[in-house]
Ligand binder design. Sequence first.
Ligand SMILES: *Cc1c(COP(=O)(O)O)cnc(C)c1O
Length: 451
Amino acid sequence: MRRFTAGGEIPRRWYNALPDLPKPLDLPLHPVEKRPVKPENLEPLFAKALIEQEFSEARWIEIPEDILEVYALWRPTPLYRAYGLEKFLNTPAKIYYKYEGASPAGSHKPNTAVAQAYYNAKEGIKRLTTETGAGQWGAALAFATQFFGIKCTVYMVRVSYNQKPYRRTMMELWGAEVFPSPSSRTKSGKSILEKDPDNPGSLGIAISEAVEDAATNPDTHYSLGSVLNHVLLHQTVIGLEAKAQLEELGEYPDVVIGCCGGGSNFGGIALPFYADKAVGKKVRLVAVEPKACPTLTKGIFAYDFGDTAGLTPLLKMFTLGHNFVPPSIHAGGLRYHGDAPIVSLLVKEGIVEPVAYSQTEVFEAALTFARTEGFIPAPETAHAVKAAIDEALRAKEEKTPKTILFCFSGHGLLDLSAYDAFLKGELKDYELSREEILKSLSELEKLAIRR
Ligand SMILES: *Cc1c(COP(=O)(O)O)cnc(C)c1O
């Protein structure tokens, strides 16, 4: 019996969903002047090639040979059939998962990190800055930059820096410099430390520091690991490969599932199938988020900042408000107040179905998966696992076969302390009250952008 399909080839092109969207995306707005940003406004921060991709109307974008060479270290990733899980659930459904934990960094994130490092190096940039929370994105960028001879500076949220030393070790091992944020290296960091020397940091503060560092150094750019159109574009290698691998098996999914933080692994697996859906094919696309940070299920579709300080352009997206501080669940990668504009529009149009789960049911699903399939999912990934299990159980109830595909966005081998807490029964569920969400959203009202 063959349990996985490693066959197929690495796609030679990324799929750009922009020309196929049901309506054009609303343009990003300048943070102060509130007018649409021009591509050249972004040049202090991003490579020209990436800015071009951000607004491109070309359906297919060629993947440069140098990027394919690095991808070839771990791509194509295996597509597994979850025989063990199917048997345990006693379901008529077939469950497939695309194993993105196979990358050296352990998640899907290098798919875009490698592309971003390549284009920046090609345009003469010597260093990339970024922020990281739990460290997955920082690790992916540290891994990627070393292939193209550029440096990497990571501002890591101070609490994570102290609590999660191993991801910092990974980043340093791959040659990156890592600073706990807030740091005294930037004006924004310094001003926070002056008022509060023990500030634990936040993703919003770390973004402000990384952006300031890039904006004030001409040989330095900034790099973002999710949300933006070009990030989702690079991640489509996941869905394109999966589609070809399923085709080899004579299969097509009824439902495609991904967990959703900023929307990049979900977009990566789902958008190539959206291309078929846009021309009439029947396939459901399900984005899974935590109930503790319910952006797509409880947020509003509006212009909002990407960071806490309000330095980034305003994006039209589902958001809980840029001041929203989600409870500290273990799926750190899903604790973002906003979501990718592409994914947001598809949810708004009723094309993508969002679902939300609470932390303990998600960890229970992860445990079932680890005990039937062997692989230990990252807590983020476990959200997709939970949704896949629910789909499979529904198929059983309805006594109808169905083919399920989900993105296994990363392994959980650096999240064992979260599993330890779960096994000891120490995990809590957080469901936000309507009042808490309305309070955070009322801040947005003050922005008063009606477009
Ligand atoms: C970062 C991360 C996510 C969430 O980010 P998206 O941009 O929504 O994909 C999900 N899974 C893993 C393993 C991650 O590292």
